[in-house]
Design a protein around this ligand. Structure first.
Ligand code: GTP
Ligand code: MG
Length: 444
């Protein structure tokens, strides 16, 4: 089809046609339901509240089961996120439920950074999903979506006002997750105090610009109940897995010496309201809001950060290809610059090493010359000594020859005059020089 035909066709108004008989696409919603049921659902809850506020008890009460619970100590040096995933089944519907606990929340002396690990955890789940989406071979169909669908924020039932930690944390989280604030351990606060406390909390949230999750009122089927429930926020809940006999029925309750607080009694607390709103009516909306609002915001910021835009500076549509090319050029330029810097660095390093080596060579040479000089001096001294010794030896030899000559002359003389006085001979042999001459050595 030519481009102009295509344009004309798409600009034409759609016409309503009636069908001659049953075709079958009215089964589309059923097909969708069946597909979703086969695929199963995932739902991820983040519990934020101080240690021992009743988070685990409430989760057990909400899902009517016993999840693994591990008490947190009050000595965590920082807030730590602990996710646990469970497979639940109700009728033929499978739910992959992840409960994430913010362990150690509110236990540090300096609470300035308490919100940070929570924000980072939420962002990491968004990032993982984005990375999967950006893959060439995506498998979003069987991807385990760990994005947080709801944050149950447990408020301590002080009856006063919100703590600054609560306000700061909720403010940091409200653009990233659906927050449902709940007043925990509501059985510890009186009815009139609770009423005032709820009003105070809501006014503080509004005045601090904290956006909490509002149950949707655009769907007619749930608009009424949701708008009524919005007025009950924050829900004041009581959790218990203990069963107490009331009348002839066993109910989940907390028993006190003065009476019984029934978890599922709406005049005792808002537990049923919370369960209705969170699980039975709005679970799908929470999942949808997470994807279309919070994840979308994260994705947009992240892609913009990476340099992607929908329009160029002239407000013309910006194609992915162009963005890619621009980014590629920028990257290559950067790479070249880095390469040049590295090369320069290498040359400088070689020069430095060369200079160092030259210096070392010069030092060695100097040392060698010095040693050579010492050696020559030593040699000269030895030569001199040798010469002196030779001279001494020569002198000695000359003396020796002279003495020998003298000796032989005297021997001759003796043989010619045999009768010489004994005394004279004695005197001659007692002379020290005479003795030394015969032995060839000096004797003192
Ligand atoms: P950590 O995981 O250790 O931070 O604690 P948690 O917030 O999970 O609290 P957990 O559910 O372990 O409950 C702590 C204590 O509070 C237990 O003794 C519970 O029985 C009690 N508790 C839980 N819910 C309620 C409640 O609604 N009212 C009252 N009065 N006590 C509760
Ligand atoms: Mg717990």
């Amino acid at each position: 089809m030519a481009a102009t035909d295509l344009e004309r066709f798409s600009n034409e108004e759609k016409r309503n046609l009636s069908l001659g008989g049953h075709v079958g696409f009215d089964s589309l919603p059923d097909q969708l339901v069946s597909k979703s049921v086969t695929q199963g659902f995932s739902f991820n809850i983040l519990c934020v509240g101080e240690t021992g506020i009743g988070k685990s008890t409430l989760m057990n009460t909400l899902f009517n089961t016993t999840f693994e619970t591990e008490e947190a100590s009050h000595y965590e040096s920082a807030v730590r996120l602990r996710p646990r995933t469970y497979d639940l089944q109700e009728s033929n519907v499978h739910l992959k439920l992840t409960i994430v606990d913010a362990v150690g929340f509110g236990d540090q002396i300096n609470k300035d950074e308490s919100y940070r690990p929570i924000v980072e955890y939420i962002d990491t789940q968004f990032e993982n999903y984005l990375q999967e989406e950006l893959k060439i071979r995506r498998s979003l169909y069987n991807y385990h979506d760990t994005r947080i669908h709801v944050c149950l924020y447990f408020i301590t039932p002080t009856g006063h006002s919100l703590k600054s930690l609560d306000l700061v944390t909720m403010k940091k989280l409200d653009s990233k997750v659906n927050i449902i604030p709940i007043i925990a351990k509501a059985d510890t606060i009186s009815k009139s105090e609770l009423h005032k406390f709820k009003i105070k909390i809501m006014s503080e949230l509004v005045s601090n610009g904290v956006q909490i999750y509002q149950f949707p009122t655009d769907d007619e089927a749930v608009a009424e109940i949701n708008s009524v429930m919005n007025a009950h926020l924050p829900f004041a809940v009581v959790g218990s897995t203990e069963e107490v006999k009331v009348g002839n029925k066993l109910v989940r309750a907390r028993q006190y010496p003065w009476g019984v607080v029934q978890v599922e009694n709406e005049s005792h607390c808002d537990f049923v309201k919370l369960r209705e709103m969170l699980i039975r009516v709005n679970m799908e909306d929470l999942r949808e809001q997470t994807h279309t609002r919070h994840y979308e915001l994260y994705r947009r910021c992240k892609l913009e950060e990476m340099g992607f835009k929908d329009t160029d500076p002239d407000s013309q549509p910006f194609s992915l290809q162009e963005t890619y090319e621009t980014k590629r050029k920028e990257f290559l330029g950067e790479l070249q610059k880095k390469e040049e810097e590295m090369r320069q660095m290498f040359v400088n390093k070689v020069k430095e090493t060369e200079a160092e080596l030259k210096e070392k060579e010069r030092e060695l040479h100097e040392k060698f010359e010095h040693l050579k000089r010492i050696h020559q001096e030593e040699k000269r001294k030895v030569e001199e000594k040798r010469r002196e010794l030779e001279e001494e030896m020569n002198a000695f030899n000359r003396r020796k020859v002279a003495v020998e000559t003298l000796q032989s002359q005297s021997l001759q003389a003796t043989s010619q005059q045999p009768l010489k006085k004994d005394k004279d001979r004695k005197n001659f042999f007692s002379l020290p020089s005479a003795c030394s001459i015969t032995t060839g050595r000096y004797v003192n």
